[in-house]
Design a protein around this ligand. Structure first.
Ligand code: NAP
Length: 247
């Protein structure tokens, strides 16, 4: 098992892309802490499924936007598994609105979850990784953080921020053998993209050379590649977007 003895935390790891990542890492032998905010049933389902296959998986509640929650998750992970090798900062939300109509609440909520959340979880695990002199952090950005998107000023700004954060952290942490990379999915089939109206989906499809939305496993496999084989890759932004052109 290539990730045997490795300990991973996946934020928002019970649903969508996060669930695929949790399962992928557990299948590769990692001990996985599946963080969830509201999806307790889904988290429990993954834990039971992976346990029945012999995996060491548990779930912990926590809101990534709350610094204390993430500190607690890091503490409990160390108590249970002794260390933290991998952090996948996957949790994210959308609250779309045209900028002229966007409320400060919509702006704040998305930035607090998608950007501050990445800060909170990372800040909580860095002492363990520094102590171990090794670690791997994957931050979920988005194609929208690269090219913008109508009605998504909040989401785009937060996801662009994640890319800047990734590049800086990679430079600061390289000396401790901690690699930090961002993954930028294009459009992936999850509850997040379910909300897109059919007409908009048709238009989007024309912009995707591969002619389809991606699958959650395709993002999860890219993350597994970065963890397992990307031993000289840090500070990078890996696009998983079916060849979608970034305008
Ligand atoms: P999803 O199915 O809606 O899942 C979102 C996940 O984030 C859920 O597990 C949710 O947990 C978690 N989450 C939300 N707020 C949280 C909070 N405050 N604290 C902890 N967890 C929280 O969406 P998805 O498509 O899988 O998205 C996963 C990530 O990929 C996000 O960062 C998203 O921005 C990014 N992304 C998605 C796409 C796409 O096309 N789907 C494209 C580019 C990037 P609970 O359900 O427990 O609340």
């Amino acid at each position: 098992m290539p990730l045997e003895d490795k300990v991973a935390i996946v934020t928002g790891g019970a649903k969508g892309i996060g669930a695929a990542v949790s399962e992928q890492l557990a299948t590769l032998g990692a001990k996985v802490v599946v963080n969830y905010n509201s999806s307790f049933k889904e988290a429990e389902k993954i834990v039971n499924k992976m346990k029945s296959k012999g995996g060491q998986v548990c779930c912990l509640p926590g809101n990534v936007a709350d610094e204390e929650h993430m500190e607690r998750i890091a503490k409990l992970t160390r108590e249970r598994f002794d260390k933290i090798d991998i952090l996948v900062n996957n949790a994210g939300i959308t609250q779309d609105n045209l900028m002229v109509n966007m409320t400060s609440e919509e702006w704040r909520k998305v930035v607090e979850t998608n950007l501050n959340g990445v800060f909170n979880s990372t800040h909580a695990v860095l002492p363990a990784m520094k102590e171990q002199n090794s670690g791997c952090i994957i931050n979920m950005s988005s194609i929208i953080g690269q090219m913008g998107g109508v009605g998504q000023a909040n989401y785009s700004a937060a996801k662009a921020g994640v890319i800047g954060f990734t590049k800086t952290l990679a430079q600061e942490m390289a000396r401790y053998n901690i690699r930090v990379n961002a993954v930028c999915p294009g459009f992936i089939d999850t509850s997040m993209t379910e909300q897109i109206p059919e007409k908009v989906k048709e238009k989007l499809m024309k912009k995707i050379p591969m002619g389809r939305f991606g699958e959650t496993q395709e993002v999860a496999k890219t993350i597994a590649f970065l963890i397992l084989h990307g031993t000289y890759i840090t500070g990078q932004t890996i696009n998983v977007n079916g060849g979608m052109y970034m305008e």
